[in-house]
Design a binder for this molecule. Sequence first.
Ligand SMILES: NC(=O)C1=CN([C@@H]2O[C@H](COP(=O)(O)OP(=O)(O)OC[C@H]3O[C@@H](n4cnc5c(N)ncnc54)[C@H](OP(=O)(O)O)[C@@H]3O)[C@@H](O)[C@H]2O)C=CC1
Ligand SMILES: O=C(CO)COP(=O)(O)O
Length: 343
Amino acid sequence: MAKVGIMGAGSWGTAISWLLTNNGHEVTVWSIDAREVEMLDQEREHKTKLPGVRLQDTIRFTNVIDQAIQGRDFVVLAVPSPFTRSTAQKMRPYVSDRQILVNVAKGIEETTLMTLSEQIEEEIPQADVAVLSGPSHAEEVGKGLPTTCVVGARTRKTAEYLQKAFMSEVFRVYTSPDIRGIELGGSLKNVIALAAGIADGLGYGDNTKAALITRGIAEIARLGVRMGGKIETFTGLTGIGDLIVTCASVHSRNRRAGYLIGQGRTMQEAMDEVKMVVEGVYSAKAAKRLALQYQVSMPIVEQVNAVLFEGKSAAEAVKELMLRDRKDEHGALPWDNEVSDTK
Ligand SMILES: NC(=O)C1=CN([C@@H]2O[C@H](COP(=O)(O)OP(=O)(O)OC[C@H]3O[C@@H](n4cnc5c(N)ncnc54)[C@H](OP(=O)(O)O)[C@@H]3O)[C@@H](O)[C@H]2O)C=CC1
Ligand SMILES: O=C(CO)COP(=O)(O)O
């Protein structure tokens, strides 16, 4: 049994509190919002963000940050990525030497282009920072539906410790040393999921969705490998696995926001309607800048940016993707006969 702190009482933070409590751990959840703490303490259910999941009586809710950090065997960071750095800054004075912090949010900082673990390590240098990611919608985890994730850590010891803490008969956890690949896969898939939602909103079909998923992971892996991630990670749970679930699931906030945009809403209207964090909107700009910096072609990411921030119509963006220069599917595959007859 471990003592666990969870930063963030949104959809994912509360689902993880339920999961870890079921695993026999003692859980304290921190929220920045005192009203949310009071509501959770009284109602034992997050009716707007995780309806239908009864949170166990033993879970403690607080808005006093040190109560979820000091004396905790590990602390889970489940605040949306735009608040990762500010939350880490608030946490810093209370984090002990080599205390394990597990980030479960998915994003890239827009201004610095840093991954979330890099930001946390910069703000809390004494911490042992790890990540947990994979195809894992809170709504399904909270119902105990079989789910798989990956823990990435700096050492095998930390990874295996967390694997054991999170793992149950409904939540299978793998380990990996590729923190960078895990984080890039988790944040970039949200941008592609917006595109998949837009395609659904426009009334396009399964062919279009399959194309976006397949060409999307090609873009993600191209950039991710150039940035030091491992190709195996992008073909695994935190890469293609998370991309599939986010592009296809009725639970996905990114897909839903994209759907609303495809139906004609503005980005802001879509975000307001979804009510929970739509990480892809934040990661889209960062992904475009990273593509430029690392000289990698990311046409879907480019078109999502044009729709979100430059007023391009979604239908026009899809047409442009379809009419890009003709090319081989896998540029590096050799031909037996190099002579081209398509002049
Ligand atoms: N939901 C899911 O299924 C999954 C989510 N994730 C990732 O987890 C992260 C959190 O997502 P999710 O729980 O869905 O998001 P939600 O929108 O459900 O919750 C976000 C939480 O952050 C709080 N918050 C708002 N502003 C601040 C702030 N300034 N500082 C600290 N906390 C703040 C919110 O409080 P308030 O309610 O008062 O606004 C809320 O408790 C995201 O990166 C997401 O991609 C990963 C896997 C699954
Ligand atoms: O990352 C997620 C599932 O693994 C959650 O995706 P959404 O934020 O699109 O709901």
